[in-house]
Every structure is written in structure tokens, then in C-alpha cells.
Design a protein. Sequence first.
Length: 339
Amino acid sequence: MCENRAMTHRVVVLARPGVLPMELSLVHELFGAAGDRYEVTTCGLAPGPVRVSADFSLFVELGPDALAEADTVVVPGARDPHDNLLTAPLAGPLAAAMAMIRPGARIASVCTGAFVLAAAGLLDGRRATTHWRSVPAFRRAFPDVRLDPDVLYTDEGDVLTSAGGAAGIDLCLHLIRRDHGTAVAVEVARTHVVPPHRDGGQAQFIELPVAISDESSTSALRSWLLGHLDHPVDLDELARRSTMSKRTLTRRFREETGLSPIEWLNHQRLSQARWLLESTDLPVDQVAERAGFGTGGSLRLRLRDTLGVSPTTYRATFRGPRPTQGPESKLMARQPQAR
């Protein structure tokens, strides 16, 4: 979370040779849509033209000195045959640039930008992810990193990584949510017509030998659950509603969302509770009841386990004007579900 919410948070994106234009621009688009909460700038290894992965170049006015003033640094992926990131620690201009980052700054990567963070020694002993096609090479090069290829992004506090380019959107929304709460992140997501949160991980995007039948999809069950989060359910009831065995239902849920049915449901309930804390004056016990946690004690325990704060502290931090739209979970029901 930003230490001083009254000040604009400066995000600096590092454009190195071969940078992927989509990954560079999505950082500007997402954080820029959060209003004056963020100032987003781009820097290169030196001021001047930077050849991207497509058939054009960017002119970057700022050099690596800009990294010293960043609150958050984002390193997008790149296609540069001269990187040598797989065989040795960082060296040359890229090493010098990364050394400019001030202590305490938050550092994030998109896609294969994780190779830069790993080569800089920022991921040793930490959980990280990268694009699924690069997983074997990453593991060979950086065996000390706890690579998780099955998630869209990882959050280790001051160091975050994301999978493919679109997962950079998920990461940016996560950071905005972490800094300014669910309501702001949902509004940014609505502006760009993307889900405020996607379930599951990148395993769902790896080609499977057999397609999932629409008749066996859990989408109808998930839609029902989003409208009945306060309804106490267990796996037996979910299996009956889906007309599947518990084993088949759990397998389908993992194939489609990356989570078990109960894990998915608990995540939706937490999103609902966070929205209610931000947008209403309901007592904590009523928030817990409406979100499906039953008691205020259960909600307090879940918030402390996942966010490290109490409901009262969360509300005091993120309370803002009441949004005109419904809670995040209901907005998600109107968005295409990740498959």
C-alpha cells in the first residue's frame, strides 16, 4: 500500500531494447485511468530511440536516472537477442539501470520481464511467475527462484511478477486495488472493459488435448453462486446443483478457473465483503452475513489472513464515495469469464 495516499505515486516503466509495445502501454493505460493518483513515465537505458519488438522505434526522453525517483518500477518483457539474461547476472547498461532503483521502491515485471528481476537477484528464494512458454528456460537459469507457472501474477510485497502480457493488466489492477481499494480498481477495469479480477491462472491458456464441453461447464453454477454468496453451501450441494460428481465438479472448476469450488467461492465472498466495507456503513457483522462469512469473527479472520488488516482498518483506509455500480462480484458476472 502506498505509504502516503495524499501524494501522487510515481510509476516508472523501463523500456529496454526489444520491449513489447503492448506491455509498455498497458501500464500507462491502467494507472493513467486511476486519475491523478499516479504519475506514469517511461525511461530507457539511455535517452533517445528504443527499438521495440515490432517494426518501429520509440523516442524516450528520460534515461535511467528516472528510476531513482520511482515509487514503483515496472519492467515489461522484451525480445532482445543481446540480453544474455539466461547465462549470467545482469551486466552493462541494464545492470546500471537496475542499480538506480532506490531502496524501498516497489518493483514489478510483466511477462519475461521476470528474467531481469531474477538476474538482478531480486527473486532469489521468492515466489515468481513468467510466461508459460519461458518456464523451462527460467527454471534452468534461476533454480533459486520459487517459480509458480500456474498463476497470473505473484505478490511478494515489494516485488511482483506477472505472466503473459494480458496478465500485466491483472497485475496493474491488483496494485491499484492494493493502493486505493476495490472501488477504484473496478472503475479502472470498467473504463477498459476488462474484468476487475480474473479467476485462476495461466494453466487455463495452455493448449489442452481435449476441449471442455459446454454441457459440463461450471459457468451456470458460478453465476448462481455470485447471486447467492450469503447462502451457506458445501461441496455436496454444489455437486447436486451441477449434476456432477464432487470429483468431476472439482476437476472442471480447476480446469476453468484454476481454483477448487470452495476456494473460488471464498474469493468471491471476500471481494463482496471488501466492496461492502468500502461502499456502505453496514456494521461488520452484517457485512459478514451478506458476504457469506456468517459471523464478524470469521470475516475478521479471513481479512487478517489475506490482507493483514481488520475490517475496521480496511474500511478506514479505503472508504470513499459510494460507487454507482454494484459490487465487484456482480460486475464480474457481467464480464466474460476466463476459460
